[in-house]
Design a protein around this ligand. Sequence first.
Ligand code: NIG
Ligand code: FE
Length: 420
Amino acid sequence: MPKPLNSDAVSLWHNACIATCDERMRVIEKGALAVRNGRIAWLGAVGEEPADLRRANLERHDLQGMWMTPGLIDCHTHLVFAGTRAREYAERLRGATYAQIAARGGGILTTMRATRQASLEELVDYAAPRLAALLGEGVTTIEIKSGYGLTLADEAKMLRAARRLGERFPVTVKTTLLAAHTLPPEFASRPDDYIDTIACEWLPALHAEGLVDAVDIFCEKIAFDTRQAERLFDAALGLRIPIKMHAEQLSNIGGTRLAASRGALSCDHLEYAQAAEAQALADAGTVAVLLPVAFYGLADTHLPPIAALRSAGAAIAVATDCNPGSAPGASLQLAMSMATRLFALTQEEALAGVTRHAARALGLCGKCGMLAPGLAADFALWDIESIEELGYWSGFNPCHAVVRAGALVHGALPRGDASN
Ligand code: NIG
Ligand code: FE
């Protein structure tokens, strides 16, 4: 006999093909899901609902066979920025490299100059259509990094803009301080001083304001080294703030091993990581976040060690990396498509990568990213015939509706649903 639910369960979403994205990637073909107080109270097969869910006065939604997945999670974005780098993209199309453009003061510094000029409200306005596009694709949780301000005031402005986006949109926003993105002109030739300033002054101040959910660093030959990363990680961990790293994107300087040894939530990019590093990630429970849109955008050819990550049993997430330089765009479905086509992930791995594993990369394990009792009732409804259609379409979006905490926040319920 199924266990009865508390009688305050409020809605039942039934007749859906439910892709739970749980550890077993279970699919319930004719499924139903009950929501109480914004959380999943029960899910299972239609007809097996606990007795109190069969009461007539429940709010019922007939999903008419649509597919349901957890709300998608974009666990690595630089969504807040001003301006574009379309000119630099044109230069790269003519043969200039990302590193060459950075070396002459372009790249991240180009976006820094535009972002410093913009007000907080302008940053929110610029990011809003990108966030709307992601929401329309089924995204209910997103990470947003700073990293284009590079002064205390401008990093704070970016993080406040990210928080404001979380208030204006029905999307959960996790903020990451990425002041260690590149060396700003004020600290030219003084990278250690810059890292010390972030670690001792900016991070404590921004943390005291509740603006920092995690700390990230671009660990790379053209950015910061592992010693500097270690210094920053010590400061973050001392404040009990989780850490992340942009690691081995353009070369291998040992960032992944350091980040894993310090228990980082995630290491992101990893094109130049090797098998031993894949094992270190798996052993540490650090999520490998793959960013195939940046790989594509930079015309990279050096593939991340997918087979080694897989055989080591590392958790693999997939994200957009939305940013004006390496990955201009705001489509997580395109990132899934590229993860399968360019990186040879299976479609199931790509789906787990934008749900369960992405949640873990944000420290949200057990809160969202799966459809299971007790987790947030965040889910997307899809006009698709088979689950393989997610990450199959590019430039076409089959998302029908998005539900967050049990409330419809995007799209419409299927026609003919009695509750419409
Ligand atoms: O994830 N690698 C560093 N950071 C970004 C690019 C940022 C930019 O070019 O503006 C990335 O690819
Ligand atoms: Fe990035």
